[in-house]
Design a binder for this molecule. Structure first.
Ligand code: SME
Length: 357
């Protein structure tokens, strides 16, 4: 069995390097299909591009394929219409599947989005049933975002050599992988907007650099580091540097202080992970350390109250980017808040684990 996470850990940096080497989208699609096809051993790997209202065959690797797919037709046209990734475990079970090759048994289609519009799809077929999973979906979405929001490779080289290593000195929750996750997430959210990918990338890369001074004011320190970094002036105008610095400063925006620009909203949202279990666990931890006088029932009441005030329908939490995966996770959390018996059971197990620590 291939370890997919390991495979993508190798392939994603190669994909980013290839995209950096050319700003021609067809050349990049050609190289990406070759890279993915060779590294992952799929049956068919390629792109279709939106041309005059239909999908037209683009660069690919594998056997010959159909040249045109209408909007809403087949797996490709359906992914385009839905504007989301579709994983098909068994193509025979997918109504309307277009069979270009009888040997294809499962398929994944990832839309390629730019400025909120679908400009094409990445389509991959396997001869095995059930070949694609969540890991493929998330990693291929990442590669597609890098392709449509291409970052200047010289800027990236500088940031990787001089800025990201600074995170090695920070706490466990803010190591280099945190900055890389925020970069990846911010670029994916950026595909929905008419924004400059270099600005998004830079704001995401620098957003927590201010942790070198202190935690409380780190966002303002990050902004200062951006304003004072002379190298950034090679790539950005003073106005752009101001926008990047504001976006980094606004990443800690709360409900009473919204980010000033779309760049700030992208970074704030990319930095946030609303994971239901984590939210509940953190709420309990906060209660235990700030209200030591409460007994278990007191903590349960406080947890309920906090969850209702912040996360329930009408709560004060705001999502900055509606297309963010946080939207679906917030729905999950809301369902949990409505189901008090399930919530209580989770509370019991997290509470027990905390007091036994
Ligand atoms: N199966 C696709 C058509 C493209 S080929 O697989 C390369 C679909 O149903 O859209």
């Amino acid at each position: 069995m291939v370890d997919k996470k390991e495979l993508y850990r190798r392939v994603i940096p190669q994909a980013i390097a290839l995209i950096g080497a050319s700003d021609d989208q067809i050349a990049n699609m050609a190289n990406l299909s070759a890279l993915l096809h060779q590294e992952c051993g799929w049956w068919w790997t390629g792109f279709y591009r939106v041309q005059a209202g239909e999908l037209v065959l683009g660069p690919f690797q594998g056997p010959v394929a159909c040249t045109r797919i209408p909007y809403g037709k087949g797996v490709c046209g359906t992914a385009w219409k839905a504007s989301e990734t579709i994983v098909v475990p068994d193509v025979e079970q997918f109504p309307g599947h277009i069979a270009c090759s009888s040997l294809s048994r499962s398929e994944i289609v990832v839309p390629l989005r730019r400025k909120g519009e679908i400009i094409g799809v990445l389509d991959i077929d396997s001869q095995e049933l059930n070949a694609f999973d969540e890991t493929d979906a998330r990693c291929l979405e990442r590669i597609c975002a890098e392709l449509s929001c291409r970052v200047n490779p010289e800027l990236r080289d500088y940031v990787e050599a001089a800025i990201l290593p600074r995170y090695d000195n920070f706490d466990k929750g803010h190591q280099r992988d945190h900055a890389e996750t925020v970069i990846a997430q911010a670029l994916q959210l950026a595909t929905w907007y008419d924004v400059d990918p270099d600005l998004v990338y830079t704001a995401a890369a620098y957003h927590d650099t201010g942790l070198c001074e202190d935690r409380k004011t780190h966002h303002t320190v990050s902004a200062r580091i951006i304003r004072e970094d002379a190298r950034l002036r090679e790539w950005f105008s003073p106005e752009q540097i101001r926008i990047i610095a504001e976006a980094a400063e606004d990443h800690r925006a709360s409900s009473d202080h919204a980010p000033r620009t779309i760049y700030g909203r992208l970074i704030a949202e990319a930095d946030r992970q609303i994971i239901p279990g984590t939210v509940i666990c953190r709420t309990i931890q906060y209660g235990l350390s700030h209200y030591p006088e409460l007994d278990k029932e007191g903590h349960w009441e406080r947890t309920l109250e906090h969850l209702h005030e912040k996360y329930a329908e009408g709560g004060y939490l705001k999502l900055w980017i509606p297309q963010s995966p946080n939207a679906a996770r917030l729905e999950e959390l809301r369902a949990l808040i409505r189901d008090e018996a399930r919530l209580r059971a989770l509370f019991e197990s997290f509470y027990q684990a905390e007091i036994e620590k």
